[in-house]
Design a protein around this ligand. Structure first.
Ligand code: BJW
Ligand code: ZN
Length: 252
């Protein structure tokens, strides 16, 4: 894999780095992506499951889908891409990791600050009173369907469904980081779901050097300064090694 001099320079000298990840970063942990032919949406249309009205119409079905996925996520381990990003955090003065993923694998890999744009499926809350439900209660229910201790309302996963707004605090931090970044990495996302897909464009417009890491070109590839085609678990550890070596060289 060849990297441009511009990328190598930015890796070594940048103080502000921002990263957006999508489900492709967890593919090598055995978690299916959403839109790949064998991915999560291959058998289910997003409109059917990832919407509040679908949940209200058939909570057993939607919660069952999340129970199935939660089980896969619990058994999965972070992969070299997650670990490389956790290491990257330690190299830069200002490093912001923004993820669309709900699988918690960045945190489990050791990333300290993870901005979750679409929530986290290990958390659940009551749709009536908002009270959080303990993860073990949801895990223990055969179909994942539980009712709130306090009010009896339906419990749902703490994720962002289509038509719902993203957590404002996460949006603010992510947009600030993208607009201030010198280097922006977009990793393992098809970049078709908004507003997350705007982030690389925000970074590009503000002057960041934008690099995509993906096994194939995506909707944001044309906006990128450089597209690195290959699995994130192979490319990111190499990038981090290069960054560390160059930083060491600059010190001597
Ligand atoms: C690898 C790899 C390897 C594989 N290495 N790479 C503007 C224009 C058009 C529409 C809209 C718009 N603004 C808003 C909308 C509507 C909608 C939207 O975007 N629709 C589009 C699909 C058309 N957006 C929303 O509704 C959002 N809310 C919102 O905008 O609120 C404001 C509002 C409110 C009310 C009315 C109007 C506006 C919310 C979006 C929520 C998305 N939620 C989901 C589900 C989360 C919960 C769950 O997990 O179940 O989030 S959908 C799903 O897609 C999930 C993901 O985070 C998200 C992105 O998917 P991702 O990660 O990119 O996965 P894939 O499969 O698409 O791509 C994987 C990539 O990895 C591929 O490129 C592979 O090649 C690559 N890859 N292996 C590297 N080893
Ligand atoms: Zn309640």
């Amino acid at each position: 894999m060849r990297f441009s001099e511009e990328l190598l320079d930015r890796l070594a000298s940048a103080t502000r780095v921002a990263v957006l990840t999508g489900s492709g970063v967890s593919a090598e942990s055995g978690i299916a992506t959403f839109r790949d032919p064998n991915g999560l949406w291959a058998r289910f249309r997003p409109e059917e499951l990832a919407r509040v009205d679908a949940f209200l119409a058939n909570p057993e079905r939607v919660q069952g889908w999340y129970t199935y996925r939660r089980d896969i996520v619990h058994r999965a381990e972070p992969n070299p891409a997650h670990r490389a990003l956790a290491l990257m955090e330690t190299l830069y003065e200002h490093f912001t990791l923004v993820t669309q993923n709900v699988d918690d694998l960045h945190r489990r890999a050791g990333s300290g600050q993870v901005i979750e744009l679409h929530g986290n499926l290990t958390r659940n809350f009551c749709i009536t009173c908002g009270k959080a439900a303990a993860p073990d209660r949801v895990d223990a229910a055969p179909d994942g369907l539980v009712r709130c201790d306090d009010c009896g309302g339906l419990v749902r996963p703490d994720v962002v469904w289509f038509g719902e707004t993203l957590p404002p605090d996460a949006v603010e931090k992510a947009w600030t980081a993208a607009s201030e970044a010198e280097l922006f990495l977009s990793i393992g996302t098809s970049a078709v779901v908004y507003p997350a897909a705007e982030l690389p464009l925000v970074a590009a417009r503000a002057g960041a050097y934008v690099v995509e890491v993906n096994i194939e070109p995506s909707a944001m590839s044309e906006a990128a300064d450089e597209v690195l085609i290959g699995p994130a678990g192979s490319i990111l550890p190499v990038l981090v090694d290069i960054a560390r070596e160059r930083m060491e060289d600059m010190k001597t």
